[in-house]
Write a protein that binds this ligand. Sequence first.
Ligand code: HEC
Ligand code: HEC
Ligand code: HEC
Ligand code: HEC
Ligand code: HEC
Ligand code: HEC
Length: 501
Amino acid sequence: MSMEPPPATDAGHRPSLRSSLLSNWVSLGGLVVASGSLFSFLLLFALDALAPSGNPYIGVLAYLISPAFLILGFGLMGFGLVLIRRQRRRLAVTTRQPLLLVDLSRPRDRRNLLILITLGACFLLLTAIGSYRSYHFTESVTFCGQACHQVMKPEHTTYLHSPHARVSCSECHIGPGATWYVKAKISGLYQVYATLFDKYPRPIRTPISNLRPAQETCERCHWPQKFVGNLDRTYAHYLTDRTNTSYSVRLLLKVGGGDPTHGPVSGIHWHMSVANKVEYIATDAQHQVIPWVRMTNPQGVVTEYRTKEFTNDPAKLVIRTMDCMDCHNRPSHIFQTPNEAVDLALQLGRLDTNLAFIKKEAVAVLTQPYSTEEVALQGIATTLHSKYSAVPPSELEATIAVVQQIYTNNFFPEMKADWRVYPRNIGHKDWAGCFRCHDGQHKSADGKQAINANDCKSCHVILAERRGAELEQVGPQGLQFKHPEEGWEGMKCSDCHTGGN
Ligand code: HEC
Ligand code: HEC
Ligand code: HEC
Ligand code: HEC
Ligand code: HEC
Ligand code: HEC
């Protein structure tokens, strides 16, 4: 605003800001867009504040789309003003006039200025609230998990059934600090593009390259020094025979701890001790094949372990340092294997163990390839009806519903996402997991020392196993593992167990 004295020919000749704005189409369009989006923002804001369910689309509209249009509107208004000013200059080169002229001695100018300031202040306030809400919104589970519904459905659904269902996506995927927020939004922009133009991979590949290190996410809530000690866990299973024979294992997991001031450095969390460093080389993208491991102990003694096949020079490959995520790689997106999910349903009595071969049939029908969820749910119903044609259909309905629910919670054919593509590294039954290193094949250079393995008691003791009365008898010394079938020894469990058989 320039404060030049008014020229003598003021009234009538000089166009006011309002008339400048109204006399060109571009600005007028901008004004309409801006006021429209402001109005829609207010409306959506009210809706969002009042609607308890928090529909994700309202959020996207209110905090992303309408502010974008508001800015566009203002841009257009400004652009129109510049245009008309140029045009007027060209028409009347001689009478150079300032675009806007304010004379505080005139009541009209004082009033206009006051209105302008009030409107400006209101606008700024609204923008402030709006952008604050936008910030929170883009950090929310709704935005991450539901806004691009189809793409994130597998991760969102599995997350809702995980121990971290109350931890927001951004706590693990972004963490604190502006740098990562901006990084995440920049990669987010690409993701929006990929979603809109259908360019995203199916399934979404892991490990995600821009995941923040565990030290900056997990360890903000989980104190790595904590001494966990022993955990008592029971793994309930059922065989694929006619009677769905139950087969459980009760383990005392020696999780221990990695910090000498809070308990002996021992057990599985020995890996987390700051004093020990374990590094490794993985030859595949998902870190399932680990032929080389290097350990540095508290005294600084370095031991290299490698498998016979690995003859490369480690210095030429990417060496990673082990952290929480190398074991807990699925803390939140836990795609249950069909085996696990059916076992759980049987254990809870949701599936009836008296139904002949139900373990086998349920797993079989779940592992079939289906093109969409709808086709799958239909297929499950049809197959089970035909397999159990002797059972009255009304009695079969509940069974079918349970199997369908297992499917909905763990299988996402549209995204090609299920347990098969997302290995879980904790344990060793269905994936190599711990046995990627603890398989007795990783030897030191002199060939004498191997990463401790196949000693079934180093990580856990079997307290009880099998079923019924036998499962009640606890053996504190640890029992011998009684595998249901012969011929398993000396192999990796995952050579036979895939989670779907
Ligand atoms: C407890 C921490 C945690 C939370 C909470 C979390 N994630 Fe993840 N997420 C991870 C980890 C760790 C990985 C990487 C897994 C890997 O590399 O194998 C991952 C992977 C992913 C992937 C890649 C595909 C896949 O399944 O591996 C997507 C997409 C994803 N998360 C989205 C989300 C969304 C959306 C939410 C919220 C609804 C969320 N995450 C909440 C930890 C978390
Ligand atoms: C914002 C805090 C927060 C973050 C970040 C977080 N967690 Fe957790 N985590 C929790 C809480 C809370 C629980 C306990 C849930 C319960 O017991 O109800 C938990 C539970 C766990 C458990 C035990 C699960 C079980 O089966 O009981 C593991 C393992 C775990 N978290 C690993 C991780 C890993 C790995 C990461 C990083 C990828 C991570 N957490 C990030 C808060 C967090
Ligand atoms: C060598 C593999 C390994 C590493 C590395 C590891 N953990 Fe664990 N952790 C385990 C196993 C195995 C358990 C037993 C529970 C289970 O099977 O889920 C466990 C249990 C836990 C639990 C549950 C404890 C409870 O009381 O229920 C938490 C929390 C946890 N780990 C957090 C972490 C964090 C945080 C890190 C990284 C600083 C980490 N872990 C690193 C293997 C590991
Ligand atoms: C990247 C390779 C690697 C992976 C994966 C791995 N470990 Fe280890 N682990 C090691 C190395 C190396 C040592 C040290 C070997 C030694 O001292 O002989 C070790 C030692 C141990 C020890 C002995 C600690 C002590 O008190 O001396 C336990 C227990 C253990 N690991 C459990 C696990 C469990 C459980 C898993 C899977 C959840 C696992 N490890 C996954 C490399 C690995
Ligand atoms: C390097 C450590 C380690 C060694 C060695 C080890 N285990 Fe395990 N085992 C684990 C962990 C960790 C789990 C828990 C996995 C989980 O929580 O999902 C487990 C789970 C199991 C389970 C229950 C799996 C299920 O889903 O029902 C059985 C059975 C088992 N182990 C048997 C054995 C036998 C037999 C051996 C010896 C050949 C052995 N383990 C050696 C770490 C180990
Ligand atoms: C040579 C192949 C083979 C190997 C190796 C093997 N298993 Fe099995 N396992 C089987 C078969 C076959 C069954 C019976 C499946 C059925 O009837 O459902 C079975 C059943 C089981 C069961 C009970 C039922 C179920 O489906 O969970 C457990 C638990 C089990 N195995 C654990 C292990 C563990 C832990 C290891 C590694 C230490 C292992 N197995 C190695 C073939 C194998």
